[in-house]
Design a protein around this ligand. Structure first.
Ligand SMILES: NC(=O)c1ccc[n+]([C@@H]2O[C@H](COP(=O)([O-])OP(=O)(O)OC[C@H]3O[C@@H](n4cnc5c(N)ncnc54)[C@H](O)[C@@H]3O)[C@@H](O)[C@H]2O)c1
Length: 249
C-alpha cells in the first residue's frame, strides 16, 4: 500500500453516525484524497461539517450503493481526481423492520439484500479493477455482531450481515494474489438513526447485553484506521469484532 500521506480513500455510506466518524477519523490522518459518498446529500453535508482541515482534498458524490453504476462512478471520481484508490470502505446499511420471519414481506428481504449485500458486492466489483492494476488495495466492509449472533425479529438484517462476513472471506481468498485485502468490522450497538424508534426500555435491554455497555462511534474508528493502514498488511478475510463483549458469551 501507499505511504499514509499518499493514500486515497473512498467511503460509501459516509453520512450517518458511523460513516461520519470514520470519515473524520481518516481525514484526520494524513492522506492525499478522500471521496465521501452517501445516498443522502444532506447527511454528506453533515459529515463534511466539522471535518478536520489537514490539506486532504475531499470530494463528495451522492450514490445509491445498490446501483453498481453509481458505485462505479464514485470509484471513477477517485481515479480521475487522484489517480488511484487505495482504500474503499463500504459502510452503508439498513436495519430491517421489527418482525418475525412469517410477518416480514418479500420487500423487507429485498431491501436488506439490495443495500446490505449488493452494496458491498458492488463496492468490491467497482474497486477491484483499479486495485488489481495497482496490485494493492484494502476493502473494508461494515458488517455487525448481528451477523455473528441470532437476533429475534431482525432476520433480514442478521442474515445479510452474516453474508457480508462471508463475502469478505471469499473476496479475500479471490484477490490475495492481486495484492488486495478484504476485511470486515463487526460493531456492537452504538446509538444512531437506526434506533430512533426504540423506546428507552428497549435501549436499556440492548445495553445490558453488552458487558462494556453501549459503544460510540469513537470506539469503532480505530478498527477502520487499522484496516486502512499498512499495519494490517497481513490481515485479510478477517471479521474484526468491536462490540463491548456482546458476542463473547
Ligand atoms: N448502529 C449500530 O448499532 C450498528 C451496529 C452494527 C453495525 N452497524 C452498521 O453500521 C453501518 C452504519 O450504520 P449507522 O448506525 O451509522 O446508521 P445510520 O443510519 O446513521 O447510517 C447509515 C448510512 O447509510 C446510508 N445509506 C442507506 N442506504 C443507502 C444506500 N442505498 N446507498 C448509499 N447509502 C445508503 C444512509 O443514508 C446513512 O447515511 C451500517 O452498515 C450498519 O448496519 C450499526
Amino acid at each position: 500500500m501507499m505511504g499514509k500521506e499518499q493514500r486515497v480513500i473512498a467511503i460509501l455510506g459516509a453520512g450517518g453516525t458511523l460513516g461520519a466518524a470514520i470519515s473524520r477519523q481518516l481525514a484526520g490522518e494524513s492522506l492525499a484524497g478522500l471521496v465521501l459518498s452517501d445516498i443522502s446529500a444532506a447527511s454528506l453535508e453533515a459529515t463534511i461539517d466539522g471535518m478536520p482541515d489537514n490539506g486532504a482534498s475531499i470530494e463528495t458524490a451522492v450514490a445509491d450503493v445498490s446501483d453498481f453504476q453509481q458505485v462505479e462512478a464514485v470509484v471513477e471520481r477517485a481515479l480521475e481526481r487522484f489517480g488511484h484508490l487505495d482504500v474503499l470502505v463500504s459502510n452503508a446499511g439498513v436495519l430491517s423492520p421489527n418482525g418475525r420471519i412469517h410477518n416480514l414481506t418479500v420487500e423487507d428481504w429485498e431491501r436488506a439484500f439490495r443495500v446490505n449485500i449488493m452494496g458491498p458486492v458492488n463496492a468490491i466489483r467497482a474497486a477491484v479493477p483499479a486495485m488489481r492494476q495497482q496490485k494493492s488495495g484494502s476493502i473494508i466492509l461494515t458488517a455487525s455482531v448481528a451477523g455473528l449472533t441470532a437476533w429475534s425479529h431482525a432476520s433480514p438484517y442478521c442474515v445479510t450481515k452474516a453474508a457480508v462476513i462471508h463475502l469478505a472471506k471469499v473476496a479475500a481468498v479471490e484477490y490475495a494474489r492481486d495484492g488486495i485485502r478484504v476485511n470486515c468490522v463487526c460493531p456492537g450497538t452504538f446509538m444512531s438513526a437506526m434506533h430512533a424508534d426504540l423506546p428507552p426500555a428497549a435501549i436499556d435491554a440492548i445495553a445490558a447485553k453488552h458487558p462494556l455497555g453501549l459503544g460510540s462511534p469513537a470506539d469503532l474508528v480505530g478498527a477502520y484506521s487499522y484496516l486502512a493502514s499498512d499495519a494490517s498488511r497481513w490481515t485479510t478475510g478477517s471479521a474484526i469484532v468491536v462490540d463491548g463483549g456482546y458476542a463473547a458469551p
